[in-house]
Design a protein around this ligand. Structure first.
Ligand code: FES
Length: 322
């Protein structure tokens, strides 16, 4: 949980734009910092309108004592990416010692890596590590345009013909079924991208008769099927009603209203922040990877850290008793 994070002071030593809407920020970290593996993420303390909040970012490969992250400018930023983009050399903040929930297993004879947009951040480190160890790897990298593809040159140099770029403005999309077909039976798929891409990959993986344990994924929680809309939530058995703005999460709105919420990952992975829905008058935009497709269809629970209503109002039950 949040309390177990080990915090370190950090100062920005470099910040530059590396692709359209993508900024690379490098921090020098004070104090002991263990080595971290590809797929690790750190939590960074951000300042949003004078209030402290936490945002999670993948750790890119970096020298000992440094943390590098790449941040996409989000159109409907909840304030995190706006803050990160405002950082210049010398700026100071705190960040947490990296944790890893998206690790390479190192047991596959070859790996298929799939990245969508800023989902390249963990995949980039994985590609480098696999190549270094001589594990055969193919990377399919999709984005809206080539200009938005961070690390494209480095990946071309690293992987040669084993990386393929799919820019949707050029009419190219990743054919997940065919990518999976080309992967040996004991191969593994690592994928990071928007929730829609991940759901497609999970479906194609199951249809191909592959073992669930050989598919590993991470999603970025700001990618939903609908644009962010304001919505209202009433907490059953309390006098609490919160208005959730387009640029904040339900978890933030409830916490702001004094509701004692439990959370950890804030990325839609652990399920700790899940709330029960008693009623809702619009669709739920599930942005988590915690609930199964079946559970999402039932619409009885949602992860407050990333998932949202598409407007309207809901009544939730969090076990609160006035
Ligand atoms: S805090 Fe982990 S899913 Fe919301």
């Amino acid at each position: 949980m949040q309390g177990r994070r080990k915090w370190r002071d950090a100062a920005v030593v470099r910040a530059r734009t590396i692709a359209e809407d993508v900024r690379l920020i490098e921090f020098a970290v004070a104090g002991p910092m263990p080595r971290f593996a590809p797929g690790s993420h750190t939590t960074i303390e951000v300042d949003i309108d004078g209030l402290k909040a936490h945002r999670s970012y993948t750790c890119l490969p970096a020298d000992p004592g440094f943390i590098r992250v790449a941040v996409r400018a989000h159109q409907h930023s909840r304030g995190g990416s706006r803050y990160m983009w405002s950082l210049i050399e010398g700026a100071r903040t705190r960040l947490a010692v990296p944790e890893n929930r998206f690790e390479l297993s190192w047991r596959a004879s070859s790996c298929l890596l799939v990245a969508g947009g800023i989902g390249i951040t963990p995949i980039y480190g994985m590609a480098r590590a696999l190549k270094l160890k001589g594990v055969p790897v193919r990377l399919a990298y999709g984005a809206r345009s080539r200009e938005q593809m961070a690390f494209a040159d480095e990946l071309r140099e690293l992987l040669g013909d084993d990386v393929e770029f799919f820019a949707s403005n050029e009419g190219r999309r990743i054919d997940l079924a065919s990518e999976i077909r080309m992967l040996p039976a004991d191969g593994e798929l690592y994928i990071c991208g928007p929730i829609g891409m991940l759901e497609d990959a999970k479906r194609a993986w199951v249809e191909a008769g592959r073992s669930a344990s050989r598919l590993r994924f991470e999603v970025f929680g700001d990618s939903g099927a609908f644009a962010e809309q304001p919505f209202a939530v009433e907490v059953a058995n309390s006098n609490i009603r919160v208005e959730v703005a387009p640029d904040e999460s339900l978890l933030e709105a409830l916490t702001r209203a004094g509701v004692d919420m439990i959370s950890d990952c804030e990325r839609g992975e652990c399920g700790l922040c899940a709330v029960d829905l008693i009623s809702h008058d619009t669709a739920i935009d599930h942005r988590d990877v915690f609930f199964s497709e079946e559970e999402k269809k039932q619409g009885k629970r949602m992860c407050a850290c990333v998932s949202r209503l598409t407007g309207g109002a809901a009544i939730i039950d969090i076990g609160y008793r006035a």
